[in-house]
Design a protein around this ligand. Sequence first.
Ligand code: SAM
Length: 248
Amino acid sequence: DPGLYLVATPIGAARDITLRALDVLNSADMLAAEDTRVLRHLMDIHGIPLRGRRIIAYHDHNGDRARPALLSALAGGASVAYCSDAGTPLVADPGYRLALDAAGAGARVHVLPGPSAALAALSLSGLPSDRFLFLGFPPATSAARQTWLRQWLAVDATLILFESPRRVNRTLGDLCEIAGERVTVVARELTKKFEEVIRGKAADLAADPALETLKGEVVMVIDRPGTVVHDDARVEEVLRRHLAELSV
Ligand code: SAM
């Protein structure tokens, strides 16, 4: 079918790709990717031939120049598959303007859901997952980061943010300035060989030397304000009191 296909790709383990994503990569008239070599490599792993198709580069730095050719192919009835480097396109990744303009021009936009580092980290974090807020990358300077953190830490939701491994320690330090007691999870190298989930109070993680020299890719997940820790003894006491009141 014609239209733009937003195709999620693995965030580590190459086989974390859906059968439908493989079908679309196989059959699309046109292929576009944030990094053409990354998509080429993924197609090679899964034995999908290019069959004369060229992969077109579409990323933050050439989007304005590259978009017209893709939009005109869509207008001509082509099917165009778009992949970012890893995970779900548009989520802290290019593709937003492409999808918006394609829909605006009347093309059908299809989504092929799949891996996303943000949701993978939330699932593993052990933090409440019923209400969460994805924040993307924090600002790179400490002053801006603290202002930014202060704003979001007040929100009654689990927070998910991406961070460069070199800055995790500094961001934990800033987090401590505001909410050192807040349970925080550092999820590293998800679905890869050195996958690791580190959980603790922000203040403890900030003091952990192992987190000063992290390698790989990292998602941070932060608990909401004042999560109630379930204490069975306390629950029983409250229940007993209510029962006593009922029988009066
Ligand atoms: N669109 C992607 C997605 O849906 O997962 C996210 C792209 S964003 C440019 C890249 C960031 O995602 C990394 O800096 C890191 O914070 C996070 N990330 C990607 N893969 C990861 C992995 N395997 N483990 C931990 N974090 C990962």
